[in-house]
Design a protein around this ligand. Structure first.
Ligand code: TPP
Length: 319
């Protein structure tokens, strides 16, 4: 049974992710955001369930689809929105854009457009935590496409050998751009890879944030005790196109029926209903959370639009 505080955190985190990206999708057609944006609408339970089990100083590494990871880790809406607008006040000083969100102060160590590229970085940070006698846990988020990279397998092997404090989180949305898992990998149950590397592997339902949270909390406890890495698969669905604010079923590689089936299992709606039924978080409290977030996002948009672009002289700073 979840506590009121945990239920509130999970609900708030998912709604922060959803409303932030809905605003991005609404504003993107204005063409003031010049970077490509890979939205994770529908997948919020992965980021929210995992990050709710972490401490602020635990270290998260992400991918091209990084918005929800940083938002769930506690990212600042103003800095994120400004980054999308390429402004100097952005979290990467306007020089990274959507795929390069970073905020080390809250443990968001970086994201990268190179599929599988940040997985070994997360392993390196977990090794550093051990060498420095700290008890920080690292998290590598990646998509099902990330498993097709050599870096993933090298990272799993080394992390297991050294019993590193790391969580490997595979967001299995079945797609890598427009190619289905069916024609890319021998089996769908990605958690089965864990056994080959002698670490626990579980499959969780990405429409039920509480299942992701429970698995993550167990894996974090294990990692913090020095018992080594864990692999968590989150089965989920990306509601939007691979990159951009629209849907993609008209392209023919996915169907409208499939999208509608997953939208009917909206993780935020399902958790809101559960939390109300279990008297963890009333509908009234949920509405209050929504209005607070909506206000924060409006303020972030105004902040981003009115912020200055980076000076040309800042071009090579932080390189
Ligand atoms: C090393 C590398 N190969 C190919 C690409 C092109 N690419 C960008 S995103 C993507 C699909 C990634 O799919 P997945 O890892 O499942 O993540 P998702 O987009 O589903 O979140 C590909 C192939 C890339 N960015 N990097």
């Amino acid at each position: 049974m979840l506590s009121h505080d945990t239920a509130k955190n999970l609900y708030t985190a998912m709604l922060r992710c959803r409303l932030f990206e809905e605003k991005v999708a609404e504003l993107y057609p204005q063409k003031e955001m010049k970077c490509p944006t890979h939205l994770s609408t529908g997948q919020e339970a992965a980021a929210s369930g995992v990050c709710a089990a972490l401490r602020k100083d635990d270290m998260v590494f992400s991918t091209h689809r990084c918005h929800s990871h940083i938002v769930a880790k506690g990212g600042d809406f103003k800095a994120l929105m400004a980054e999308l607008y390429g402004k100097a006040t952005g979290c990467s000083k306007g020089k990274g854009g959507s795929m390069h969100f970073v905020e080390p102060e809250i443990g968001m160590m970086g994201s990268s457009a190179i599929v599988g590229g940040t997985v070994p970085l997360a392993v390196g940070s977990a090794l550093a935590s051990v060498l420095q006698s700290k008890d920080k846990v690292s998290v590598a988020f990646f998509g099902d496409g990330g498993l097709e990279q050599g870096t993933f397998h090298e990272s799993m092997s080394f992390a297991s050998l050294k019993k590193l404090p790391i969580l490997f989180i595979a967001e299995n949305n079945d797609m890598a751009t427009c190619t289905h898992l069916d024609v890319r990998q021998p089996y769908h149950e990605l958690y089965r890879h864990a056994e080959g590397y002698d670490m626990p592997g579980v499959r969780t339902d990405g429409t039920k944030v509480e299942t992701v949270y429970a698995a993550a909390a167990k894996a974090v406890e294990r990692a913090r005790k020095g018992q080594g890495p864990s692999f968590i698969e989150v089965v989920c669905y990306r509601w939007k196109e691979h990159v951009g604010p629209n849907t993609d079923y008209h392209l023919g590689h996915r169907t409208k029926e499939e999208l509608e089936m997953w939208m009917a299992k909206d993780p935020i709606k399902l958790f809101g209903e559960l939390a109300d039924k279990e008297k963890l978080l009333s509908v009234k409290e949920q509405d209050q959370i929504r209005s607070t977030i909506e206000k924060q996002i409006e303020e972030a948009v105004a902040f981003a639009k009115s912020s200055p672009f980076p000076e040309p002289a800042a071009m090579f700073e932080d390189m």
